[in-house]
Design a protein around this ligand. Structure first.
Ligand SMILES: [Cu+2]
Length: 336
């Protein structure tokens, strides 16, 4: 599993590096520099999340510091495994489902020589994390949360050709623009209409995904049906979880519920009310909390779906509890 992940990430890294054709410029030997790259990126408005480090590959000199800046609504971490198996982000247990503190908290300090792991912990939009590279080498890293999200830092001797900030910024921009144009736009365009769904009046996509490009929206966002019609949501993602949740007048449940511990930081529990399904395949009159639960495609398992039969005319807004701005509306018209 780990090897597959690293191999895939390396392949992506190499492919992007070839496409992006890095421009290597000489750096004065004495001047250690700090360069910044993006962890995650997004389209204006956040509809499209790029679960990528941009640029994927950079070259710095020994002694330089690299800063990862979180540039997306989706959260990420930066983890250099240094030959170890990266921690799983989610840990199911007998007393609930938790976010692994090893992935959530920073580890390994602020300098890195390849001999022991180092990680940023969870980074939210606007956060930054820096690591100083003290030894030449080629270092792969990844995000524990998003399968396939990885990068490479090449560390070369002082004075050898390395990237400056302008070169990094130019490659970041071209990588993001290329991903939006070649992956996000086709994924959006092929899902703007209603989906074909057997046995229902309307089929909707609960998110669409194209590799590391994740469109965290419902397609179509607004759907009009007749009373008695059934709507089915289909998970058109490869691994991104979503929920379809009608709040029925209730406040939205928190995704994470911190559980205080006698020693150390709180354990971060995924809220059982968010995880659990409430009311699949039901005839719904609009008055109660209705939740698909935390649904995510799994290898070898059928595509997750969620169906609701709407019996009461009205306009019903729904949300994905996991993704800000991922909202939709079902308008139910009377039969006659
Ligand atoms: Cu979502």
């Amino acid at each position: 599993m780990f090897t597959d992940r690293l191999t895939r990430q390396l392949r992506i890294g190499v492919a992007l590096a070839i496409c992006a054709a890095p421009v290597l410029l000489p750096t004065p030997a004495a001047a250690a520099q700090t360069v910044t790259l993006s962890a995650g990126a997004e389209s204006a408005g956040g509809d499209v999340q790029l679960n990528e480090f941009a640029p994927t590959m950079i070259t710095v000199n020994t002694g330089d510091t690299v800063t990862w800046h979180l540039d997306s609504t989706e959260f990420h971490n930066v983890f250099f495994p240094a030959g170890t198996t990266p921690p799983d982000f989610i840990q199911p247990g007998p007393d609930g489902v938790f976010i692994n503190p090893q992935a959530a908290a920073p580890s390994g300090g602020n300098s890195f020589d390849g001999s022991a792991p180092a990680g940023s912990g969870l980074l939210n939009k606007g956060d930054a994390w820096s690591l100083t590279f003290t030894k030449a080498g080629t270092y792969q890293y990844l995000c524990d949360i998003h399968t396939g999200m990885g990068g490479v830092v090449n560390v070369v001797a002082p004075g050898a050709a390395a990237d400056n900030q302008d070169a990094i910024d130019a490659r970041r921009t071209s990588q993001v623009n290329a991903e939006l144009a070649t992956k996000a736009i086709p994924a959006i365009m092929s899902n703007v209409g209603e989906q074909q769904t057997e046995g229902s009046s309307a089929g909707l996509a609960a998110g669409v995904q194209n590799g590391l490009v994740d469109v965290q929206r419902f397609f179509p966002q607004r759907t009009t049906i007749k009373a008695g019609d059934t709507v089915t949501w289909i998970w058109k993602t490869t691994d991104t979880p979503h929920t379809v949740t009608f709040l029925g007048g209730q406040p939205a449940p928190d995704v994470v519920v911190p559980q205080p511990q006698p020693n150390g930081p709180p354990k971060l529990q995924l809220n059982p009310q968010m995880l659990a399904p409430a009311g699949n395949n039901m005839k719904w009159d609009g008055g109660t909390y209705l939740n698909s639960g935390f649904l995510q495609p799994m290898p070898g398992q059928p595509t997750p779906t969620f169906s609701v039969t709407f019996v009461q005319p009205g306009s019903y807004d729904y949300v994905c509890l996991l993704h800000e701005g991922m909202v939709g509306t079902i308008v139910v018209e009377p039969l006659s």
